[in-house]
Design a protein around this ligand. Structure first.
Ligand code: FES
Length: 319
């Protein structure tokens, strides 16, 4: 169970065009809970929104957490509120850190960051450098002015392990994904975070080059809006009570359950964080999340009711 903490915004910094970082510390200055590279926190944003942000400071630090937020006009309001409303000195509530994107033991690690997806990977790079591990961080952005933490990276003791790739830069500087992923090996692992298209590009290239599923690790930071025009009506049954509820085309399962007094813990409400995972006892879920692997989805024994639906007329849930 994740706890929650009240923290103060001790520093807000413009890191690049449309990207601001926020440093968070306990009100009494006491140490924050430890975290590992790849962890994220839920941030309860003024206005009632909750969003997940990766921690992008050194994972040995306990005096602060640092997150970075891209102003995204296509978002559902969280990033705008962080940029326009939250300021230094504000007190906000966050969850304790969770890690769905941990580093594995590997002889060599390849990190691929697309834009703001650099946040968990920067933390990983710091950790890998600290333990003197072999790694390269490929950091892809549109242009230098949109590259958060570039000065910090250039000044770091792992700067030689970072390759910057700007879309607007000379072609020679672009990421040559085929060459970079040319030699898969059991003791190499790759990590990718960024927009969906970037992640798909890296993963498909890795698979085409013979990388195994267990060597590929990814974290989406938002689900893409889904086409809901084909959504149909179905029913969910609560195994413990036997009660059945109808889910209309325009409703989510969690909303229907909440309206009937059944609380399923949610956070991102878009299939990214895994908070709402629920076991399925009967029926076939229509998985709409980015959390489970294809193999996990194929088992159909659990799903994310915040965004997923049903292919069968009835789903029986272990609630
Ligand atoms: S609430 Fe995040 S996956 Fe459902």
């Amino acid at each position: 169970m994740t706890g929650s903490i009240e923290v103060k915004v001790t520093c807000k910094t413009e890191e690049a065009t449309d990207i601001a970082s926020f440093e968070l510390a306990r009100l009494d200055g006491a140490p924050l809970p430890r975290f590992s590279a790849g962890s994220h926190i839920d941030v309860h944003i003024p206005g009632g929104l909750t969003r997940q942000y990766s921690l992008c400071n050194d994972s040995t630090e306990q005096h602060r957490y640092r997150i970075a937020v891209l102003r995204d006009p296509a978002s559902r309001g969280g990033s705008t509120a962080m940029h326009d409303t939250v300021k230094e000195g504000d007190v906000i509530r966050i969850s304790t850190p969770r890690n769905h994107f941990p580093l594995q033991h590997a002889k060599r690690s390849l990190l691929f960051a697309g834009g703001i997806g650099v946040t968990p990977l920067l933390c990983m790079a710091q950790r890998l450098a600290a333990i003197d591990a072999d790694f390269t961080l490929h950091y892809c952005t549109r242009s230098e002015d949109r590259t958060a933490f570039i000065k910090e990276i250039e000044a770091s003791d792992f700067s030689k392990r970072v390759k910057l790739h700007f879309d607007a830069g000379p072609p020679i500087n672009r990421l040559d994904i085929v060459e970079t992923l040319a030699e898969p090996a059991a003791d190499k692992h790759l990590y990718v975070c960024g927009p969906g298209g970037f992640i798909d590009f890296v993963i498909n290239s890795a698979k085409n080059n013979g990388w195994g599923h267990e060597q590929i690790h990814l974290e989406y930071f938002a689900n893409t809006p889904q086409d809901t025009s084909g959504n149909g009506k179905f029913e969910v049954r609560i195994a413990s009570t036997g009660k059945t509820y109808s889910v209309e085309a325009g409703q989510s399962i969690t909303r229907v359950l909440q309206d009937n007094g059944i609380d399923v813990l949610t956070s991102c409400e878009q299939g990214v964080c895994g908070t709402c995972i629920t076991r399925v006892l009967e029926g076939e879920p229509d998985h709409r999340d980015l959390y489970f692997t294809d193999e996990e989805k194929a088992k159909n024994d659990q799903f994310t009711p915040c965004c997923s639906r049903s292919k069968s007329k009835l789903l029986v849930l272990d609630l």
